[in-house]
Ligand binder design. Structure first.
Ligand SMILES: Nc1ncnc2c1ncn2[C@@H]1O[C@H](COP(=O)(O)OP(=O)(O)OP(=O)(O)O)[C@@H](O)[C@H]1O
Length: 245
């Protein structure tokens, strides 16, 4: 095993993963620098979700290595990977997956409570993140009384409230109306940057990728060619990244 570069908080080399014999990742290597927002772009089925799941320890690659903060993830036991995910990673899915019986703040506080944070402190942290994400008025409401966009903001608050080292966001604006998409994505990237949280963002479109500092492409489970850098407005946006399989 070769240790990753020092400034990569998350680093993977030669990842292979198949579903029932069909390859989803075929030798992907990637490095994520501390504090950056990295977009993983590519069409449907390119392997973005599978890559994020391998990086976060949800899936174990059939071949290849994943390192977090210079420690191997791919060799950890299931229990150790679960602990790592609970303590250091946040996950945002393309659907909010809130618990319908719980209120907004209770949903946002769940990962903190799972970590053993006291009820009062968890409630306070959840409430602060709901405010930051402009859904403070949803704290006492249940998901059934909220819009999809409000629920997705609560899901983002849930991922950020325990201030993880890395957030993996799998097309987090997918279910939203186009008016809400840009706003929700911008809120996520701004909040992460202001708290030095590294983000890996599966981005199916240019609009999403443009909010990242850097973008890498996937196609058919492999790294695809160099992505041109668009004009980055207001210091936001991505840089070109020359990539190889
Ligand atoms: N649970 C699964 N069982 C079988 N095949 C799967 C499973 N999940 C993904 N795949 C397949 O693996 C390949 C990569 O899928 P993946 O979801 O990682 O791509 P993606 O880029 O995230 O796509 P999308 O944008 O549609 O989410 C696709 O061919 C997909 O059909």
């Amino acid at each position: 095993m070769v240790a990753p570069p020092d400034n990569d908080v998350l680093w993977a080399r030669g990842l292979h993963y198949s579903y029932d014999g069909s390859p989803a990742l075929a030798g992907v290597s990637i490095g994520v620098r501390e504090g950056e927002v990295l977009a993983v772009t590519g069409p449907r089925g390119a392997g973005k979700t599978t890559l994020l799941k391998c990086l976060s320890g949800q899936l174990v690659p059939e071949a290849g290595e994943v390192w977090f903060n210079s420690a191997p993830v791919h060799t950890l036991s299931r229990a150790a990977r679960e602990r790592l995910r609970r303590e250091r990673f946040g996950w945002i899915d393309s659907a909010p997956h809130l618990v319908p019986e719980l209120t907004g703040w209770e949903n946002a506080a769940l990962p903190l409570l799972a970590r053993g944070t006291g009820h009062r402190a968890a409630r306070q942290a959840a409430a602060e993140w709901l405010e930051r994400l402009d859904v403070g008025d949803c704290a006492r409401k249940r998901p059934g009384a909220l819009t999809r966009a409000q629920c997705q903001r609560i899901a983002i608050a849930r991922a950020l409230a325990c201030e993880p080292t890395v957030v993996l966001a799998d097309d987090p604006a997918a279910p939203l109306h186009s008016n809400d998409r840009a706003q929700v994505l911008r809120t996520l990237t701004t909040a992460a940057r202001s708290h030095q949280i590294t983000v890996v963002l599966a981005a199916p479109d240019d609009e999403t990728a443009a909010l990242a500092d850097r973008a890498v492409g996937l196609a058919d489970g492999r790294r695809s060619g160099a992505i041109p850098a668009p004009d980055a407005p207001d210091g936001e946006g991505r840089a070109a990244c020359s990539v190889s399989a």
